[in-house]
Design a protein around this ligand. Structure first.
Ligand code: SF4
Length: 372
């Protein structure tokens, strides 16, 4: 008897409060109702009300509790404030992101412990980023919205030149079809300086996502990855690719709704009209937000902006070299808005007409745990 196969693998999905992870939860419930997924969220205590509302709506839709994880559980203070005190008022920044570690990653790793875990991550098919991959080898990430559902480390192993024979052996057990000859050729082609990993991966996926997934899943059976403990995995047959417009559609048609802060608000500056919104979930004072988003916060959620200002002391600021008290000077706000309109117009000429695409320029930056 294979005792390994008997260990229970946990399936988990983190809800950041952003649109993509919310849509992923809805998608997984509808597409794979038999997967027993544990939904969780890591609360910093500093999200916008719209984010908490999204999580409540989602909980109703899923018909399942979304487990609230928090760093510093026993502290009388909100998690962010607890750790800020511990760090002596040193505000986090993109170079020193203690907040993500203390408020998101550590509580998550504590939550899963040493159990074998499949973690579903909502990176979309139109994004070019990897997301959080745990260093702990009991946690395996899967990306259902992408054509390639596997994480980079898995792909590197499967397609490594050392494993070509093993992979061909697995491939030979699959049913033949009209693409088999070409598939075999691509599998046999070794990686080299002129033939990279992603090129090979994309060629295989172009030929057949499902065959590629079957090979990877079978390969994984002889490894230590959590999926080795499962005798089947329904996402092997998944060749869906979901992009930004699909995410909005899923949120709207499910009735869960798109968080209010994504909705465009009009503004006028020197006779010119523009629209602004917030591009992501996360703490209201997040240092990843763009200057136009800070202006949005100042004008649309004044009380939160003032709270963010209160955190700036002893020379620590959210934006390098620009305290928030400077950013809200009327001439500075005017400048930020004008620059933003200019950028929007430029972008509109070259690419997308959607404000969200422009704001989302910076979406790829930052932490997957907070914004997906
Ligand atoms: S949203 Fe921003 S400030 Fe909050 S935990 Fe994430 S990275 Fe840190």
């Amino acid at each position: 008897m294979n005792y390994l196969k008997m260990s229970k693998v946990r399936h988990v999905l983190g809800i950041s409060g952003g649109k993509d992870s919310a849509a992923l939860a809805i998608y997984m419930k509808n597409t794979y109702p038999d997967l027993d997924i544990e939904y969780y969220t890591s609360d910093t205590g500093k999200e916008l009300d719209e984010t908490y509302k999204l999580i409540d709506n989602l909980e109703v839709y899923l018909g399942k509790k979304i487990i609230r994880l928090a760093g510093a559980e026993n502290s009388p203070e909100l998690p962010f404030d607890h750790f800020l005190k511990m760090y002596g008022g040193f505000l986090p920044s993109s170079n020193s992101r203690w907040c993500t570690k203390k408020l998101k990653l550590d509580p998550f790793e504590k939550f899963v412990g040493n159990d074998p875990v499949i973690s579903y991550v909502g990176i979309r098919g139109d994004e070019d980023r990897e997301g959080y991959i745990s260093k702990k080898n009991n946690i395996q990430s899967i990306f259902p919205f992408r054509r390639n559902i596997w994480s980079e480390d898995v792909i590197s192993k499967v397609l490594s030149n050392n494993n070509i024979n093993k992979v061909i052996e697995i491939f030979n057990t699959l049913e033949e079809n009209e693409k088999s000859i070409r598939f075999n050729e691509v599998l046999l082609t070794p990686l080299s300086l002129s033939y990279g990993l992603h090129q090979k991966l994309n060629q295989l996926l172009d030929l057949s996502v499902k065959d590629f997934n079957k090979i990877v899943f079978t390969f994984i059976q002889s490894t230590e990855y959590p999926l080795a403990k499962e005798s089947s995995f329904p996402l092997v047959d998944n060749d869906d690719v979901l992009i930004r417009s699909d995410i909005f559609r899923i949120l709207e048609t499910s009735g869960v709704g798109v968080p209010e802060y994504y909705k465009e608000v009009e503004f006028e500056v020197n006779g010119k009209k523009g629209t602004y919104a917030r591009s992501r979930s996360g703490c209201f004072f997040c240092f990843y937000q763009q200057k136009i988003e800070w202006v949005w916060l100042y004008e649309q959620h004044r009380e939160l902006f003032l709270k963010a200002m209160e955190y700036e002391r002893d020379g620590y600021t959210w934006i390098q070299d620009e305290p928030l008290s400077e950013l809200i000077k009327p001439e500075r706000i005017q400048r930020i808005k004008e620059d933003y309109i200019k950028r929007t117009l430029k972008k509109n000429k070259s690419q997308s007409h959607y404000l969200l695409d422009i704001l989302a320029d910076a979406e790829g930056e930052g932490c997957a745990s907070c914004f997906i």
